[in-house]
Write a protein that binds this ligand. Structure first.
Ligand SMILES: Nc1nc2c(ncn2[C@@H]2O[C@H](COP(=O)(O)OP(=O)(O)OP(=O)(O)O)[C@@H](O)[C@H]2O)c(=O)[nH]1
Ligand SMILES: [Mg+2]
Length: 451
């Protein structure tokens, strides 16, 4: 935190403008050393100055410099942003000169890490900054900006305060047992606040499941025996000739992936090798991968051929798939129906072919329904979404469940207190009220350089 750090904030490519960011106590002093115009310490905060970057009397670039004085900056430190002509060589050269003049190269995410350590943002908001940068869909972007803006933090803080209120009351009770009135108030408060906390935590856990889906999307595996049209379906869904299609069974050997957005959610379709017994080593590896995909995918599209009877191998495969994540698509319905539908009487299925949109649109509707995609994206989404957050909120929920049970079982108040304190601590960890250096390093190392 003592060092003045520098990084290229824009990508290294030929582009209109590139920005080199400097933050730390010496940033204004260091940039002044290489700036032609004037001593930047006299510049007004949040002003833009025109001039040149000079190194050993050589003009390196014509630039605009933003001077941002602490504390109203991203990091809460003095910050200077150099807007240079966007060439790769120019940008690298300015970075090199700044390093030579006393800056240290920033680590990934170090600017945001400083914003957190200097108390401008909390851990949830910092994580949301990264989510915003890496958002792959509009819904993911919306959720991230809501979290950057602190909507989620407010929810968590309010809930934590509620627990804090009970804890304070219990303390008074333990310290001054002679105040009987206080005991009655405490019991009423525990009952009410615990119930509310329980409900709110349950909603947060449920929503976090959606948060994860919005951020990461869902995997949909396309499974079936060879030649039923799996790769044709992938290409049709993606509207792109991504996978090779031939009439030779066993064409697809390795997995082929591509994604589309449906109801605002990113669906990652995975085309797989047709499953069959084979002595071909390469195909065998592909078939093993297909089988693994059945287990790891969020949804399985099992493809059958309308023009052929269902084999016992196909039926065994269908039976092995968890029905809650199974959709059966009977492809090639432009050809004569030879499929024995009586074998599918326990299942729901959709007909279609890859020559016309009708059936495949029905398939998309079915996918959307099965995954309940229509109910995931809202305008006011502010959900927990990463593993760390989901783990902590689940732990807090468990503590409050135990506290509520202890209350119902009429356990001594200090037993209940232990559980509430546990939940209160987990929520503190969630927003970064309590943290370890290791955790902070891990979180920010996932950021990109210059953020
Ligand atoms: N008539 C008809 N032919 C289709 C349809 N869909 C695919 N085909 C044909 O079926 C053959 C196999 O298609 P693929 O998409 O390669 O089948 P696959 O399931 O990926 O096959 P493998 O990769 O070998 O497992 C090709 O000749 C396609 O043109 C369809 O809806 N109707
Ligand atoms: Mg294929």
């Amino acid at each position: 935190m003592e060092d003045t750090i520098v990084a290229i904030a824009t990508s290294l490519a030929p582009q209109a403008i590139s920005i080199i960011k400097v933050s730390g106590k010496d940033s204004i002093f260091i940039v002044s050393k290489i700036f032609s115009n004037k001593n930047l310490s006299h510049a007004k905060s949040h002003s833009i100055l025109y001039g040149h970057i000079i190194d050993n009397n050589e003009v390196i670039d014509e630039v605009l410099v933003n001077v941002l004085k602490a504390p109203k900056t991203y990091t809460k430190e003095d910050t200077v942003e150099i807007n240079a002509h966007g060439g790769i060589m120019t940008t690298k050269k300015i970075l090199e000169i700044l390093l030579k003049n006393g800056c240290r190269l920033a680590e990934p995410g170090e600017f945001t890490k400083r914003a957190f350590l200097n108390g401008r943002i909390n851990l949830l908001e910092a994580e949301a900054v990264n989510d915003l940068i890496t958002a792959k869909t509009d819904a993911a972007r919306k959720m991230a900006i809501n979290n950057v803006d602190g909507i989620l933090t407010k929810k968590i803080r309010k809930l934590r305060d509620k627990m804090g209120q009970i804890l304070a009351n219990i303390e008074v009770n333990i310290d001054y047992p002679e105040y009987e009135d206080e005991l009655i108030v405490t019991e009423e408060l525990i009952e009410k606040n615990l119930k509310e906390s329980l409900e709110e935590l349950e909603t947060l856990v449920k929503d976090s499941h959606n948060g994860k889906i919005i951020k990461e999307g869902l995997d949909v595996a396309i499974i079936g025996v060879p030649n039923v049209g799996k790769s044709s379906i992938l290409n049709f869904l993606l509207d792109e000739e991504k996978a090779i299609v031939t009439d030779i069974p066993g064409t697809t050997r390795d997995i082929v992936e591509g994604s589309i957005t449906l109801n605002g959610i990113l669906l990652n379709f995975i085309d797989t090798a047709g499953i069959r017994e084979t002595n071909d080593l390469v195909e065998k590896i592909g078939v093993d991968k297909s089988k693994k995909m059945v287990n790891s995918a969020d949804l399985v599209l099992f493809i059958l051929n309308n023009n052929e009877k269902i084999s016992s191998e196909e039926l065994d495969l269908i039976k092995s798939i968890d029905i809650s994540k199974l959709i059966i698509f009977i492809n090639k319905n432009d050809l004569e129906r030879k499929i024995n539908l009586d074998m599918l009487k326990d299942y729901d299925y959709v007909f279609g072919n890859t020559k016309e949109v009708n059936g495949l649109n029905k398939l998309k509707e079915k996918i959307s329904k099965k995954l309940d995609l229509g109910n995931i994206v809202h305008n006011d989404m502010a959900y927990l979404s990463n593993v760390r957050q989901i783990d902590l909120i689940n732990k807090a929920l468990e503590e409050i469940k135990s506290a509520y049970k202890a209350y119902e079982d009429k356990c001594p108040i200090d037993i209940i207190e232990i559980n509430i304190k546990g939940a209160w601590n987990y929520l503190g960890e969630l927003i970064g009220e309590a943290y370890t250096d290791e955790l902070v390093d891990t979180i920010f190392s996932n950021f990109c350089l210059g953020k």
